[in-house]
Design a protein around this ligand. Structure first.
Ligand SMILES: Cc1ncc(COP(=O)(O)O)c(C=O)c1O
Length: 406
């Protein structure tokens, strides 16, 4: 099934926030997407039917157990994972990333090296940079002016001392899609772990963790039409012996080994509902086929819109576009960031916000790329993100607003 403007306009009816606020153009998906009605209903239904703890010997508890295991299985299908026992939940990607780095850090020795990148969100840098306190050496892959990572620098910095490489699948600041296959080849040669931050990738492309061959992958439900829940995929066996922070009374098996305290059951069922919603836009005989079909077509729709905006905005005098050029034909997320000669990103976002156009400004916690590109003192970037519910009309409103600022 294709995903066209007609499907987009139909999907908009499913998002209460869009129906309620017809004058608002939500072009801030990379900061968090809107949620469809079925997600709101799924969350409410947990509170209405099984708002009890897990593993009790009574019916509502068995029901919440069933929903949690079903959610693990649906998220596993979304990510192309082996099974639901590869899927752990947490408060956010950042929380899970800290938990993972603390556990892996305990297995490393002084002088071991961890590699991060200059392009990543702090959520995939800070937890690893923190290991420097334990004597771990943290190195960075260089970001080039084009908005892409330098592959030669990556190859040079993955050595026999490298124990782990943490890299984003796609950059929330510039829309870059990184070469994870290269990262996997290089890390395999030296036996290093590969941790992939797919927070910005998961809403825009079908994911297949087994094809990527990563050891760990993280994403976040609120970026793909769900609520605020962090998701960690662990390759079978990868989590089982890690010395995670956990209670002695807690289930030590994967995927529970890294989950602390009582989870947000309602939100987790909301993530399941978001994935079912996405799958509803695809065809196929299995859930996986429907997810991949839907994501492929939504991805194409978003890409065309982003390309339209990219080509138009770069033609406006006084605008500079950052991030990889669409003309290269390489995979790229539908996220386009600009700077303006006559206004800071902050001033532009305020002016556009007054016109009902929701775009983000600054560094979006991707502080390192903004600093490396020399934009930190200038107020950072003005970022437009395209989601499945955005239209060309909204982008035309944004373009007209930007023209008024030049
Ligand atoms: C690429 C990327 N990584 C990590 C994060 C952090 O995710 P969370 O808010 O779930 O901690 C974000 C959030 O914006 C992000 O865009």
């Amino acid at each position: 099934m294709a995903y066209t403007l007609e499907h987009c306009l139909r999907s908009r009816q499913d998002f209460p926030a869009l129906v309620k606020n017809p004058g608002l153009a939500f072009l801030d998906g990379p900061g968090g997407s809107q949620v469809p009605r079925c997600v709101v209903e799924a969350i409410a239904d947990v509170y209405a039917s099984c708002n009890v703890n897990t593993h009790g010997n009574f019916a509502p508890s068995r029901e919440v157990d069933r929903r949690m295991e079903n959610a693990r299985s649906v998220v596993a299908t979304f990510l192309g994972a082996e099974s639901g026992s590869c899927i752990s939940f947490g408060q956010s990607m950042t929380t899970l990333s800290f938990n993972l780095s603390a556990a892996i850090g305990r297995t490393l020795d002084k002088g071991d090296e961890v590699l991060v990148t200059q392009l990543d969100h702090e959520g995939n840098r800070g937890p690893w940079l923190g290991l420097q306190e334990r004597g771990i050496v943290v190195r960075e892959v260089r970001l080039m002016e084009s908005g892409e990572l330098d592959p030669a620098d990556m190859a040079a910095k993955i050595t026999s001392r490298t124990k782990l490489f943490a890299i984003g699948a796609s950059a929330n600041s510039l829309g870059t899609v990184n070469d994870i296959a290269l990262a996997r080849r290089l890390t395999r040669q030296v036996g290093a772990l590969l941790v992939v931050d797919a927070v910005h990738y998961a809403p825009h492309f079908p994911l297949d963790v087994q094809a990527l061959g990563c050891d760990f992958l993280l994403c976040s439900g609120y970026k793909f039409y769900g609520p605020h829940v962090g998701v960690l995929y662990s390759r079978p066996g990868a989590l089982d012996r890690l010395p995670t922070d956990r209670l002695s009374v807690q289930d030590p098996a994967a995927p529970y080994r890294i989950e602390t305290g009582t989870l947000n059951h309602a939100a987790i069922d909301g993530v399941r509902a978001a994935i079912d919603f996405i799958a509803g836009w695809g065809s196929g005989s299995t859930l996986r086929e429907r997810i991949v079909d839907a994501m492929t077509h939504i991805s194409g729709y978003e890409h065309d819109l982003a390309r339209y905006y990219y080509d138009a905005v770069r033609g406006i005098p006084g605008v500079r576009v950052w991030g990889p050029d669409f003309a290269t034909g390489r995979a790229r997320a539908p996220t386009v960031s600009i700077t303006l000669e006559k206004a800071t990103a902050g001033h532009a976002a305020i002016a556009l916000g007054e016109q009902g156009i929701c775009v983000w400004d600054g560094d979006f916690y991707a502080a390192r790329p903004v600093q490396v590109l020399g934009l930190a003192e200038r107020g950072g970037l003005l970022r437009t993100g395209i989601s499945m519910y955005n239209t060309r009309d909204e982008l035309n409103r944004l373009l007209a607003g930007i023209e008024r600022l030049t």
